[in-house]
Design a protein around this ligand. Structure first.
Ligand SMILES: NC(=O)c1ccc[n+]([C@@H]2O[C@H](COP(=O)([O-])OP(=O)(O)OC[C@H]3O[C@@H](n4cnc5c(N)ncnc54)[C@H](O)[C@@H]3O)[C@@H](O)[C@H]2O)c1
Length: 348
């Protein structure tokens, strides 16, 4: 790559400007060195109006195919419904664009495999899936300590994704297409466990769940609280908990246990460093939502992707989840759902 090409800003198009897409768009527009947000796409006029008002005059499209035709877009940033990811990644690669796509790659394993096969035809293009926990400073610090051998050989991860109860129950409305609690939430813990344990393949899983508050989930075979055990081929283990009904806030944390020590990541989901001392005792407030907890991770994830693409083929900057990692996360998430519904352990 020439020096001029290496220093040119990466021209990005964001696709999907919903709950999370707006956050990504603002990061890409204002907080990522080397990035230029030149285009945005949403089928909804109100979301394009938001982009007109908020972003630095990107070209706006209501149709993804038109954005892909835009020769001045180098990379697309997909924050669209999960059911669209696989085909949109394939279309982006065929159009010659690098791709970042939010998790999960797909809810369907055959679709995941199709994306991997297609991506293999475009080795000069980068494609990564947004498992942003890898970029959270505390998770990254734990990863580095494990790499440095500080806890000996890691063999067990306990990890949870627990959201504050949303009385509106948006996830009940999305239940038909979200894939259920394990593919929507635990998929992050699955990726974290594999990342911290050296990328093992799963061998057998067992899952169970309860509907604590949101009865509407039953007709979709889904639950608002789920637990699971995953055995890996190399003898390592993971235990997962997912919840949509916490009273105190978003309480996402993990623990990794090794032969010479253990690391706990984010056990107290502190909103800040203030402690309240009163007649009820001593306490701190909690991060209300996943975005408050992982705001820094989303930003670092975007910076790493841009740096990686600018580093060119063979760049080692990127630490994000590969398509193969995302496929394995879907494979395990699907098996957990199957176990929940059958009441049986599932051998993969
Ligand atoms: N990493 C995380 O922790 C995390 C958190 C939340 C959501 N997500 C993922 O992000 C994705 C989006 O989630 P969300 O909560 O923002 O959903 P959302 O429904 O709020 O937003 C979806 C967006 O996609 C747009 N859209 C729909 N069809 C489209 C099409 N054909 N072409 C272009 N745009 C289209 C919609 O207009 C909307 O802007 C999902 O895949 C979800 O799994 C990840």
């Amino acid at each position: 790559m020439s020096a001029a090409a290496a220093t040119r800003r990466l021209r990005l198009g964001v696709v999907g400007l919903g709950r999370l897409g707006k956050r990504h768009a603002e990061n890409l527009a204002y907080r990522v060195p080397g990035a230029e947000l030149v285009a945005a796409c949403s089928p909804l006029e109100e979301e394009r109006a938001w982009a007109r008002d908020t972003l630095p005059s990107p070209r706006l499209y209501d149709d993804y195919a038109q954005l892909l035709d835009d020769k001045d877009v180098d990379a697309v940033w997909l924050v669209t419904p999960s059911s669209l990811h696989a085909q949109q990644i394939v279309d982006a690669l065929r159009a010659g664009k690098h791709v970042f796509c939010e998790k999960p790659l797909s809810l369907d394993l055959a679709e995941c495999e199709r994306v991997l096969q297609e991506a293999a035809r475009y080795p000069h293009l980068q494609a990564t899936i947004g498992f942003m926990r890898r970029f959270d400073p505390s998770y990254k610090d734990a990863f580095d300590k494990i790499e440095a051998g500080k806890i000996g050989r890691p063999f067990l991860v306990r990890s949870q994704t627990a959201d504050k109860n949303d009385t509106d129950g948006f996830f009940v409305r999305f239940a038909a297409t979200s894939g259920g609690i394990f593919l929507d939430c635990t998929v992050h813990d699955i990726d974290v466990a594999r990342w911290l344990l050296g990328k093992p393949r799963a061998k057998r899983v067992f899952a169970a769940g309860a509907v604590a508050l949101h009865e509407g989930l039953r007709e979709f075979g889904d639950v608002d609280n789920g637990v699971a055990i995953c055995e890996f081929e190399d003898g390592k283990l993971a235990m997962f908990y997912a919840s949509r009904t916490q009273a105190h806030g978003n309480d996402t944390h993990s623990e990794v246990i090794g032969t010479a020590g253990a690391l706990a990541i984010g056990h107290n989901p502190r909103a800040n460093r203030v402690e309240i001392y009163d007649a009820a005792g001593i306490r701190n407030e909690c991060t209300p939502s996943f975005f408050d907890r992982f705001e820094e991770a989303f930003l670092q994830e975007a910076r790493a992707f841009v740096a990686s693409v600018q580093g060119g083929a063979g760049s080692t900057v990127q630490a994000g989840a590969t398509l193969a990692d995302a496929l394995e996360a879907t494979r395990i998430g699907n098996a957990l759902r199957q176990s929940l519904q059958s009441g049986q352990a599932v051998t993969l």
